[in-house]
Write a protein of this length. Sequence first.
Length: 319
Amino acid sequence: MIYPYSLTNGSFKKQNHMSYDNKNVPIVYMYGKNIDELNQIEAFFGVDLEEMKKFENEAFYDEKILKKGEHFFVLNFLFPNFEQETEDIEKLVTSIMLLIFQNKVIVYTDSKIQLVVTSIEQLEIHKPENLTTEILIHILPKIFDQMLKDLKEMKDDIDQVEGNLNDSGPVKPVFATLLSLKKRLMMLSITYNANKKVLDFIQAHLDVLKINSDENQQNIEYLYDTTDIMNQKVQGYDDFLKNLETLISNMSDYQLNAIMKTLTEISIMLTIPTIIYGFWGINVHLPFEKFNFGVILVFLISVIFTIAVWILLRRKKYL
């Protein structure tokens, strides 16, 4: 699907009736894997999207030259994709690819990301003469802000794990949720560090991208600061989960020890009547063998001895 956007009074409006090759369409958002649409984009702009899509699951940046000699930049940022429930760790991250031409910006994603649509529609351009670089430098903070917001929401999931642990103990659902959180944190750490390399590329090409101004430099520094904050939060959450894992391990050991202690007590208590019944089972003359209520008396004796041994062991704090 292709969404062309025209610039009207400093903001962008989606224009379904306009083509992406229109000069009044400075930004195009496309998503999906429609072969015909991809071929049209490749033919018109002279780019090889298939080659670039090989890097869709990793941060990628490059400066390329078209056949007509025009330079353009490819920036591929990783973006968390936790809305999709999957066990495949690779699918927890998607990518947002930006192709920066002289007069046009193409944003491509594998599937529709509402954040991209919202970010484009909320853009306000103040310097139309540097339109493409203005789009780049203002759309990235919105993407990074959303990543930071999603990361903060993970705290609620961590708090829920802690609450379930307090309520139910180290049961199987707690372990499953904990494993899922660890996977997400690992992918977030990889995502942020990879995106920081793309920021380094932008920082190194400020003059070429024509964004070497004080305001744009502040936006770049803001992206770096946001990345550092996200990395610090990921590290903090990861440390907390490690402590939680240690707590769960200790609780499991305590529960196992309590179970084994109970089974040991039962085994010791059952040993006493077993000895007594074994003694009265010897094939010789024994007390109470001709007594009508001999069985009851033997049973009472076993109970008395069992209780006596239990009290003795309790006093000695062996049980």
